[in-house]
Design a protein. Structure first.
Length: 237
């Protein structure tokens, strides 16, 4: 992403309903695999470090290919952050219990199969990979171009990609389902651009309430049939 996008994200990510929902869902997905506080977790493509900071987990690490983002992430999360590519992770084999990668495999310049192979290599046997990805090619919009997304996905496609890379017990669900009609309408309107920014306070509050309810549905084990994003979990065999 361009520096301006990182700056905007760093300034508002703790208050945006969408990033709050994403973090909540990622933490929920990671919880069964995190084990002890010493369990090692990598945020592969950590951006400005908001998720790392929200984890509050001692044995967590970040990686991003952008040096400016790495500096922001270190300052915000107070955790080690390496500069590097998900296509060539600078870590030992079986170094982590959990790897989280949120909206990274969709980026221009990322080799999906290569990156998934590297994540598989760096996970301990039985460790978990948790990925979040944008849904539906027909939703590709000016927002995607602004944040350097080159791809959007279907749930079955994500499941197949993880299985082909050696991950078992893959489970994937859509989310941002209840607000999906509003999202789709906004994306399909002409014009527009990056959606990184705060809505008026009443909308941020309302959307956060809706997303919190949806997270509770996911926590109960429900798999949602459609939505703006895909959350998938697979374990290293």
């Amino acid at each position: 992403m361009e520096r301006g996008e990182y700056e905007r994200l760093g300034a508002v990510e703790d208050r945006m309903w969408w990033t709050r929902a994403l973090r909540r869902n990622l933490r929920m997905a990671a919880a069964p695999f995190a084990g002890t506080p010493e369990g090692r977790l990598l945020d592969a493509g950590c951006g400005t470090g908001g998720f790392l900071a929200a984890l509050g987990q001692h044995a967590s690490f970040g990686l991003d290919r952008d040096g400016f983002a790495c500096r922001l992430a270190r300052s915000k999360a107070r955790r080690p952050v390496a500069q590097g590519s998900v296509d060539d992770l600078p870590f030992d084999d079986a170094a982590f219990d959990v790897i989280v990668s949120a909206d990274v495999l969709c980026h221009r310049g990322v080799g999906i199969e290569r990156a998934l192979g590297e994540m598989h290599r760096c996970l301990k046997p039985g460790g978990a990979l948790i990925v979040n990805l944008p849904a539906y090619r027909w939703l590709y919009s000016a927002h995607d171009r602004a944040v350097d997304n080159a791809r959007r996905f279907h749930r079955r496609e994500v499941t197949a990609l993880l299985a082909a890379s050696g991950f078992g017990r893959v489970r994937a669900t859509y989310w941002n389902t209840l607000l999906f009609p509003l999202m789709a309408a906004r994306r399909l309107l002409p014009g527009g651009g990056s959606e990184v920014g705060l809505l008026p306070a009443p909308f941020e509050w309302l959307f956060d309430v809706v997303a919190t309810f949806e997270s509770a549905l996911l926590r109960s084990g429900l798999r949602l049939p459609f939505g703006g994003s895909i959350l998938a979990v697979g374990t290293r065999r």
